[in-house]
Design a protein around this ligand. Structure first.
Ligand code: FES
Length: 92
């Protein structure tokens, strides 16, 4: 049985219908493969969420614990935020 593991950092990507269409699904996929490539599977987790009621800003996502929320996210912005809030951030 898998233990109740808690990641250090979490990327929540909205994959509700609007965000999914606007690239949310691809963002989640991209983050998962980056995490795998960097061997961070045990510390960083990607969680796809349902609609977060911000459809006008699709695609939206957040990175925790930095509480960095992004909207109208492009792939380049997503990569930059990953660097800033997941790789470089000293929280926790
Ligand atoms: S589908 Fe993402 S905020 Fe509604």
């Amino acid at each position: 049985m898998k233990g109740f593991d808690i990641p250090d950092k979490v990327i929540y990507v909205c994959t509700g219908s609007k965000c999914k269409k606007k690239g949310g699904k691809d963002l989640a996929k991209m983050f998962r493969s980056m995490i795998k490539d960097m061997g961070l599977q045990n510390t960083v987790e990607v969680i796809k969420t349902e609609c977060t009621d911000r459809c006008d800003f699709a695609p939206v996502m957040s990175m925790q614990p930095d509480n960095a929320w992004l909207h109208h996210v492009t792939e380049a912005q997503a990569r930059q935020a990953f660097q800033e809030h997941i790789i470089s951030s000293d929280k926790p």
